[in-house]
Design a protein. Structure first.
Length: 266
Protein backbone atom coordinates (compact mmCIF):
# COMPACT_ATOMS: atom_id res chain seq x y z
CA UNK A 1 0.00 0.00 0.00
CA UNK A 2 1.40 3.38 -0.91
CA UNK A 3 2.35 5.86 1.76
CA UNK A 4 0.14 8.90 2.15
CA UNK A 5 1.90 12.21 2.59
CA UNK A 6 1.84 14.15 5.82
CA UNK A 7 -0.26 17.30 6.01
CA UNK A 8 1.38 20.65 5.29
CA UNK A 9 1.96 21.41 8.96
CA UNK A 10 3.83 18.14 9.47
CA UNK A 11 5.90 18.71 6.34
CA UNK A 12 6.86 22.18 7.54
CA UNK A 13 7.84 20.87 10.96
CA UNK A 14 9.90 18.07 9.42
CA UNK A 15 11.90 20.74 7.64
CA UNK A 16 12.18 22.91 10.74
CA UNK A 17 10.18 25.72 9.12
CA UNK A 18 7.14 27.78 9.97
CA UNK A 19 4.09 27.72 7.73
CA UNK A 20 4.33 31.31 6.49
CA UNK A 21 6.67 31.99 3.61
CA UNK A 22 6.65 34.01 0.43
CA UNK A 23 8.76 34.01 -2.68
CA UNK A 24 9.99 36.99 -4.64
CA UNK A 25 8.66 37.35 -8.20
CA UNK A 26 10.85 35.68 -10.79
CA UNK A 27 11.08 36.23 -14.54
CA UNK A 28 9.26 33.71 -16.73
CA UNK A 29 11.02 30.38 -17.03
CA UNK A 30 12.72 29.54 -20.29
CA UNK A 31 11.27 26.64 -22.22
CA UNK A 32 12.91 23.35 -21.28
CA UNK A 33 12.18 19.72 -21.81
CA UNK A 34 14.13 18.19 -18.93
CA UNK A 35 15.68 19.09 -15.62
CA UNK A 36 19.53 19.18 -15.69
CA UNK A 37 21.06 16.13 -14.03
CA UNK A 38 22.73 18.07 -11.21
CA UNK A 39 19.51 19.92 -10.42
CA UNK A 40 17.47 16.72 -10.55
CA UNK A 41 19.80 15.08 -8.06
CA UNK A 42 19.43 18.03 -5.68
CA UNK A 43 15.64 18.03 -6.05
CA UNK A 44 15.40 14.28 -5.44
CA UNK A 45 17.61 14.54 -2.38
CA UNK A 46 15.45 17.30 -0.93
CA UNK A 47 12.22 15.38 -1.52
CA UNK A 48 13.70 12.19 -0.09
CA UNK A 49 14.73 14.05 3.05
CA UNK A 50 11.42 15.87 3.47
CA UNK A 51 9.15 12.97 2.48
CA UNK A 52 11.03 9.73 3.14
CA UNK A 53 9.59 6.75 1.32
CA UNK A 54 7.23 8.77 -0.88
CA UNK A 55 7.17 7.88 -4.57
CA UNK A 56 8.15 10.66 -6.97
CA UNK A 57 5.72 10.36 -9.86
CA UNK A 58 7.15 13.02 -12.15
CA UNK A 59 9.82 15.71 -12.37
CA UNK A 60 9.84 18.40 -15.03
CA UNK A 61 10.91 22.04 -15.38
CA UNK A 62 8.46 24.35 -13.64
CA UNK A 63 6.94 27.45 -15.21
CA UNK A 64 8.83 29.34 -12.48
CA UNK A 65 12.47 30.13 -13.27
CA UNK A 66 14.88 28.11 -11.18
CA UNK A 67 12.35 25.55 -9.97
CA UNK A 68 11.37 21.97 -10.79
CA UNK A 69 7.78 20.71 -10.67
CA UNK A 70 7.49 17.49 -8.69
CA UNK A 71 4.43 15.27 -8.48
CA UNK A 72 4.62 13.12 -5.36
CA UNK A 73 1.82 10.72 -4.39
CA UNK A 74 -1.07 12.92 -5.40
CA UNK A 75 0.41 16.33 -4.64
CA UNK A 76 2.39 18.91 -6.62
CA UNK A 77 5.47 20.60 -5.18
CA UNK A 78 7.83 23.18 -6.67
CA UNK A 79 11.43 22.63 -5.60
CA UNK A 80 14.25 25.07 -6.28
CA UNK A 81 16.88 23.55 -8.52
CA UNK A 82 19.51 23.86 -5.80
CA UNK A 83 17.22 21.86 -3.47
CA UNK A 84 16.93 24.64 -0.88
CA UNK A 85 13.27 25.62 -1.17
CA UNK A 86 9.97 23.74 -1.49
CA UNK A 87 6.73 25.48 -2.42
CA UNK A 88 3.70 23.50 -1.21
CA UNK A 89 0.32 25.01 -2.01
CA UNK A 90 -1.29 27.35 -4.51
CA UNK A 91 1.03 29.02 -7.03
CA UNK A 92 -0.91 31.66 -8.94
CA UNK A 93 -0.04 32.84 -12.44
CA UNK A 94 -1.46 36.36 -12.34
CA UNK A 95 -1.26 36.84 -16.12
CA UNK A 96 -3.19 33.66 -16.88
CA UNK A 97 -5.29 33.87 -13.69
CA UNK A 98 -4.85 30.22 -12.77
CA UNK A 99 -3.30 28.08 -10.08
CA UNK A 100 -0.47 26.32 -11.91
CA UNK A 101 -0.13 23.69 -9.19
CA UNK A 102 -3.78 22.68 -9.56
CA UNK A 103 -3.49 22.72 -13.36
CA UNK A 104 -0.53 20.35 -13.13
CA UNK A 105 -2.55 18.05 -10.87
CA UNK A 106 -5.45 18.13 -13.35
CA UNK A 107 -3.08 16.88 -16.05
CA UNK A 108 -1.97 14.01 -13.82
CA UNK A 109 -5.59 13.10 -13.08
CA UNK A 110 -6.57 13.05 -16.76
CA UNK A 111 -3.61 10.82 -17.55
CA UNK A 112 -4.40 8.47 -14.68
CA UNK A 113 -8.14 8.29 -15.27
CA UNK A 114 -7.60 7.39 -18.91
CA UNK A 115 -5.71 4.31 -17.73
CA UNK A 116 -8.91 2.81 -16.26
CA UNK A 117 -11.12 1.69 -19.17
CA UNK A 118 -14.90 1.69 -19.10
CA UNK A 119 -14.79 -2.08 -18.74
CA UNK A 120 -13.25 -1.64 -15.27
CA UNK A 121 -15.78 0.94 -14.09
CA UNK A 122 -19.33 0.56 -12.82
CA UNK A 123 -21.28 2.95 -14.99
CA UNK A 124 -24.68 4.57 -14.53
CA UNK A 125 -25.31 6.70 -17.60
CA UNK A 126 -28.14 8.22 -19.66
CA UNK A 127 -28.36 7.47 -23.36
CA UNK A 128 -26.48 10.58 -24.54
CA UNK A 129 -24.68 12.10 -21.54
CA UNK A 130 -23.70 15.75 -21.67
CA UNK A 131 -21.19 15.33 -18.85
CA UNK A 132 -19.33 12.41 -17.35
CA UNK A 133 -17.94 12.31 -13.83
CA UNK A 134 -15.59 9.77 -12.29
CA UNK A 135 -16.47 9.07 -8.66
CA UNK A 136 -14.10 7.32 -6.25
CA UNK A 137 -16.42 5.57 -3.82
CA UNK A 138 -16.43 3.54 -0.61
CA UNK A 139 -19.36 1.17 -0.08
CA UNK A 140 -19.91 2.18 3.57
CA UNK A 141 -19.28 5.94 3.21
CA UNK A 142 -22.45 7.82 4.20
CA UNK A 143 -22.10 10.57 1.61
CA UNK A 144 -21.26 7.95 -1.04
CA UNK A 145 -24.57 6.29 -0.26
CA UNK A 146 -26.38 9.64 -0.47
CA UNK A 147 -24.82 10.30 -3.87
CA UNK A 148 -25.90 6.89 -5.14
CA UNK A 149 -29.49 7.48 -3.97
CA UNK A 150 -29.61 10.34 -6.51
CA UNK A 151 -27.92 8.53 -9.39
CA UNK A 152 -31.13 8.42 -11.46
CA UNK A 153 -31.51 12.18 -10.99
CA UNK A 154 -27.94 12.79 -12.15
CA UNK A 155 -28.66 10.70 -15.22
CA UNK A 156 -31.88 12.64 -15.88
CA UNK A 157 -29.79 15.85 -15.94
CA UNK A 158 -27.47 14.35 -18.55
CA UNK A 159 -24.69 13.34 -16.14
CA UNK A 160 -23.05 9.92 -16.41
CA UNK A 161 -21.63 8.56 -13.14
CA UNK A 162 -18.67 6.21 -13.47
CA UNK A 163 -17.58 4.56 -10.23
CA UNK A 164 -14.08 3.55 -9.20
CA UNK A 165 -13.41 1.86 -5.87
CA UNK A 166 -11.57 3.58 -3.04
CA UNK A 167 -12.05 1.57 0.18
CA UNK A 168 -10.84 4.15 2.69
CA UNK A 169 -9.46 1.66 5.22
CA UNK A 170 -7.23 0.06 2.61
CA UNK A 171 -6.40 -3.46 1.57
CA UNK A 172 -7.69 -6.22 3.83
CA UNK A 173 -10.48 -4.07 5.27
CA UNK A 174 -14.18 -4.87 5.32
CA UNK A 175 -14.77 -2.10 2.80
CA UNK A 176 -12.21 -3.68 0.47
CA UNK A 177 -13.98 -7.04 0.69
CA UNK A 178 -17.32 -5.38 -0.06
CA UNK A 179 -15.84 -3.68 -3.14
CA UNK A 180 -14.63 -7.05 -4.40
CA UNK A 181 -18.06 -8.56 -3.73
CA UNK A 182 -19.70 -5.86 -5.83
CA UNK A 183 -17.28 -6.30 -8.71
CA UNK A 184 -17.49 -10.09 -8.71
CA UNK A 185 -21.30 -10.15 -8.67
CA UNK A 186 -23.21 -11.34 -11.73
CA UNK A 187 -24.64 -7.82 -12.10
CA UNK A 188 -22.17 -5.31 -10.61
CA UNK A 189 -24.51 -2.36 -11.16
CA UNK A 190 -27.29 -3.96 -9.14
CA UNK A 191 -24.75 -5.21 -6.60
CA UNK A 192 -23.48 -1.64 -6.14
CA UNK A 193 -27.01 -0.45 -5.44
CA UNK A 194 -27.67 -3.34 -3.07
CA UNK A 195 -24.40 -2.90 -1.18
CA UNK A 196 -24.95 0.82 -0.75
CA UNK A 197 -28.41 0.02 0.62
CA UNK A 198 -26.76 -2.10 3.32
CA UNK A 199 -27.44 -5.53 1.84
CA UNK A 200 -24.91 -8.31 2.38
CA UNK A 201 -23.42 -9.79 -0.78
CA UNK A 202 -21.64 -13.10 -1.33
CA UNK A 203 -17.88 -12.90 -0.93
CA UNK A 204 -16.09 -11.89 -4.10
CA UNK A 205 -13.64 -14.32 -5.65
CA UNK A 206 -12.57 -13.10 -9.08
CA UNK A 207 -9.94 -11.00 -10.78
CA UNK A 208 -10.90 -7.40 -10.03
CA UNK A 209 -9.64 -3.82 -10.39
CA UNK A 210 -10.02 -2.72 -6.74
CA UNK A 211 -6.28 -2.57 -6.01
CA UNK A 212 -5.50 -0.66 -9.23
CA UNK A 213 -8.31 1.84 -8.63
CA UNK A 214 -7.31 2.36 -5.00
CA UNK A 215 -3.70 3.02 -6.06
CA UNK A 216 -4.89 5.45 -8.73
CA UNK A 217 -6.96 7.29 -6.13
CA UNK A 218 -3.84 7.81 -4.04
CA UNK A 219 -1.94 9.02 -7.12
CA UNK A 220 -4.56 11.64 -7.99
CA UNK A 221 -4.92 12.95 -4.45
CA UNK A 222 -8.08 11.27 -3.18
CA UNK A 223 -8.18 11.55 0.62
CA UNK A 224 -11.91 11.30 1.25
CA UNK A 225 -14.94 9.81 -0.45
CA UNK A 226 -16.84 10.41 -2.56
CA UNK A 227 -14.29 12.23 -4.70
CA UNK A 228 -15.84 13.55 -7.89
CA UNK A 229 -13.74 14.44 -10.96
CA UNK A 230 -14.74 16.04 -14.26
CA UNK A 231 -13.42 14.75 -17.56
CA UNK A 232 -10.71 17.45 -17.62
CA UNK A 233 -9.32 16.28 -14.27
CA UNK A 234 -10.83 19.05 -12.15
CA UNK A 235 -11.99 17.87 -8.74
CA UNK A 236 -15.53 19.13 -8.27
CA UNK A 237 -15.73 18.17 -4.62
CA UNK A 238 -17.41 15.40 -2.69
CA UNK A 239 -21.13 14.79 -2.52
CA UNK A 240 -23.13 17.38 -4.45
CA UNK A 241 -26.90 17.32 -4.89
CA UNK A 242 -27.93 16.84 -8.55
CA UNK A 243 -28.55 20.49 -9.43
CA UNK A 244 -25.38 21.59 -7.64
CA UNK A 245 -23.31 19.00 -9.49
CA UNK A 246 -24.80 20.16 -12.79
CA UNK A 247 -23.94 23.78 -11.90
CA UNK A 248 -20.38 22.78 -10.99
CA UNK A 249 -19.96 20.93 -14.29
CA UNK A 250 -21.31 23.88 -16.27
CA UNK A 251 -18.99 26.30 -14.44
CA UNK A 252 -16.03 24.00 -15.02
CA UNK A 253 -16.83 23.71 -18.73
CA UNK A 254 -17.19 27.49 -19.04
CA UNK A 255 -13.87 28.08 -17.29
CA UNK A 256 -12.14 25.55 -19.52
CA UNK A 257 -13.57 27.18 -22.66
CA UNK A 258 -12.55 30.65 -21.46
CA UNK A 259 -9.01 29.45 -20.77
CA UNK A 260 -8.73 27.95 -24.26
CA UNK A 261 -10.02 31.18 -25.82
CA UNK A 262 -7.55 33.27 -23.84
CA UNK A 263 -4.66 31.00 -24.84
CA UNK A 264 -5.65 31.13 -28.51
CA UNK A 265 -5.85 34.94 -28.39
CA UNK A 266 -2.23 35.34 -27.21
Amino acid sequence: MRRRLAPLSALALSLGLGLSACAQPAPPAQAATSTPAASEAAVRATLAGALPGAEIRRLRPAPIAGFTEAVVAGRVFYVSNDGRYIIDGAVIDIQERRNIAESAMDDIRVEGLKAIPASQRIVFAPRDPKYTVTVFTDIDCGYCRMLHQHVAEYNALGIAVEYLFFPRAGEGSEGWAKAESVWCATDPRQAMTDAKAGKTLPAGNCENPVAAEYALGQDVGVNATPAVFAANGAQLGGYLEPQRLLAALEANAAAEAAAKTATAAR
